[in-house]
Write a protein that binds this ligand. Structure first.
Ligand SMILES: C[S@@+](CC[C@H](N)C(=O)[O-])C[C@H]1O[C@@H](n2cnc3c(N)ncnc32)[C@H](O)[C@@H]1O
Length: 334
């Protein structure tokens, strides 16, 4: 299966290949963090979260999308989002927090351990899925990913461990749009599925706990990750500065991992987007307006390298995401 990842315009220039990167509508704090109002006045009134100025609704021809509920100014932070599932790149496992993907300082990285955490809080939050994962031998599965240049099976592995730990339901990602599933894709995932299942079997995970882990589940999860996963590149620095800066000038470092989010998955693509998604120092995503937006306007991010010409963009969008782009730029032939 091809290894697609959504990316935003701010990180495109660093890709050697035109990878695709991506990163909804449920206004629950489980899925995203609201913007918090600051304390006002000397009596320090309690911090109250302001609802994000967005809603998810159906478009005429591109499924669901995100819309502005009020006027939004250029540079305004719309909301932040915590991942549903994330995983560091295999090449970054030793240098980032195994939970939040924050870069580890010399004091946090422990060469004697296969994975490290940046804080006790992250260690605690990872405890359940990591407890399941640590019981199994992942060398064959990791080799399969490494030798085939695959990163999405790592997200499936973590998701399966989260389900087995009781942290989440096996249908957590079902609301997300899946990619089409070809017969070629089915044969390509065969090996990954059997390696994942054997790792759990050899760790003596009970059959009844693994009942959800069917090939159909594996393919369905991969098909959703394929369309909705984002490559995480940390920008570093102060996010207030970054939010004020134009997206194209944000200098990000190399990818530290991949993640799937709920609300960000509902943003449609535009080759001339009005919103961008950035990561400052960990996997928590920030979505900010690139220009002034009117109430009711659709909010879109860019999944690909928008500097490519029209034909190259169509090839990637149709091959990778299975759609013909209906954005104004593409419709004008630019
Ligand atoms: C990550 S999802 C975005 C949310 C999706 N519309 C939904 O209902 O869940 C990406 C999918 O949305 C649709 N889409 C996104 N941007 C589009 C565009 N510019 N033109 C046409 N379809 C688009 C395509 O079906 C694409 O595979």
């Amino acid at each position: 299966m091809s290894n697609l990842v959504r990316c935003t315009r701010s990180c495109i220039s660093r890709f050697k290949k035109p990878h695709l990167q991506r990163n909804h509508f449920l206004s629950s704090s489980f899925f995203f963090t609201s913007i918090e109002e600051g304390r006002t006045g000397p009596t320090a009134t309690p911090v109250r979260p302001a609802p994000p100025p967005i809603r998810v609704a159906l478009t005429e021809s591109a499924g669901r999308s995100v819309f502005a509920t009020r006027r939004i100014g250029a540079g305004e932070l719309l909301h932040t989002a915590k991942p549903l599932v994330s995983h560091p790149s295999l090449s970054a496992v030793q240098r980032v927090c195994y939970f939040c993907l924050r870069k580890l300082g010399n004091t946090s990285a422990n060469p004697l351990q296969s994975v490290s955490f940046c804080s006790e809080e992250c260690r605690e939050q990872a405890k359940a899925f990591h407890g399941v994962e640590a019981k199994a031998d992942w060398s064959a599965y990791d080799d399969y990913c490494r030798s085939n240049g695959l990163k999405y099976p790592l997200l499936v592995k973590r998701f399966a461990c989260m389900v087995l730990s009781g942290d989440v339901s096996s249908d957590l990602l079902d609301v997300l749009q899946p990619s089409g599933v070809s017969s070629q894709m089915i044969s390509e995932v065969e090996e990954g599925f059997s390696l994942l299942k054997s790792a759990f079997e050899e760790a003596n995970v009970a059959d009844e706990k693994m009942a959800f882990l069917t090939k159909q589940w594996y393919i369905g999860v991969l098909a959703r990750i394929r369309i909705n996963a984002f490559r995480i590149e940390l920008a570093g620095g102060l996010y207030e500065d970054l939010l004020l800066a134009a997206a194209a000038s944000v200098e990000a470092e190399a990818a530290v991992g991949n993640a799937v989010y709920m609300l960000p998955s509902f943003y449609n693509h535009d080759c001339d987007p009005n919103v961008h998604i950035i990561w400052i120092d960990n996997v928590d995503a920030k979505l900010a307006a690139l220009r002034d937006v009117e109430p009711g306007e659709e909010l879109r991010i860019c999944y690909i390298d928008a500097s490519m010409d029209h034909d190259a963009r169509q090839t990637i969008l149709s091959g990778g995401f299975g759609f013909q782009c209906n954005c104004l730029r593409c419709l004008s032939g630019d």
